[in-house]
Design a protein around this ligand. Sequence first.
Ligand SMILES: *Cc1c(COP(=O)(O)O)cnc(C)c1O
Length: 333
Amino acid sequence: MIDLRSDTVTRPSAAMKAAMMDAPVGDDVYGDDPTVNALQEYAAALAGKEAALFLPTGTQANLVALLSHCERGEEYIVGQLAHNYLYEAGGAAVLGSIQPQPIEASRDGTLPLDKVAEKIKPDDIHFARTRLLSLENTHNGKVLPQGYLRQAWEFTRERGLGLHVDGARIFNAVVEYGCSLKEVVQYCDTFTICLSKGLGTPVGSLLVGSAAYIRRANRWRKMTGGGMRQAGMLAAAGQYALEHNVQRLKDDHDNAAWLAAQLREIGADVMRQDTNMVFVRAPEGAAGALGEHMKAAGVLINASPVVRLVTHLDVSRAQLEQVVAHWQRFLTR
Ligand SMILES: *Cc1c(COP(=O)(O)O)cnc(C)c1O
């Protein structure tokens, strides 16, 4: 099957699996796993931050991030469609008694700082204490403008807030900007990286920040059940991904741009393409039928009125040519 539902569907390559098999391991809860330690140090150095923590999933990394920034009765300002507000089952509220203050994002994926300012609560017993601004980069494929990140950084310094970036796809931003990770994350206190999306590992995320912050996060990781033992086998996949699968994300972006152009050419209603995502409107009332048609042709998509197609390392240009052909057959059926 050609699977365009998400970049989470990627599978570890033979070379990645070989790296996993050969990884030296120890008990990471004791801090004894050399492969986990090496990955954490490597990621922190790459980011120009002091420390990093390896976690099983991006959802847990975001949860631990929020728990380490905010105490019970405090709040974070976040986008209405942000993963760590909308798609994490309310974890920060349920498990941390942390109140989300969602606001509408602009079309470019940024949270307007004047709107953020309006939501910062005064020091008054009626209100939760506003502690954190949480951004997402990339957000639905959109790369946040670097100038905005600098403004958000200065704004949060002035207002005494922390700044967290959900960087599940931060390396898609890195290759799109054509700059280093360090440059992209210089304007945040903490950020996460998802290793199991376009980077192609079977599992794993990283939370990156100051040494003191990561020490706090390590306790929360343990409490939330994320302290793994011989996790080096998984961390080895992450190390492999950071060394081999970052620059190739550009191929995914090129493939997404190509796919968008081809779909437009055959008359599909392509709304936009950003980084490795293409958003296409299904013909009126025909989303289900489109999904069935594509599935019968060996192509998996999320069959909704707006279809999100995600390119990744397990789909080639040749396979995308087939996707376009099958799509055209549906439009001219
Ligand atoms: C995928 C994703 C996550 C975390 O996902 P997991 O499936 O838990 O690893 C977090 N934030 C964003 C923006 C994501 O796309």
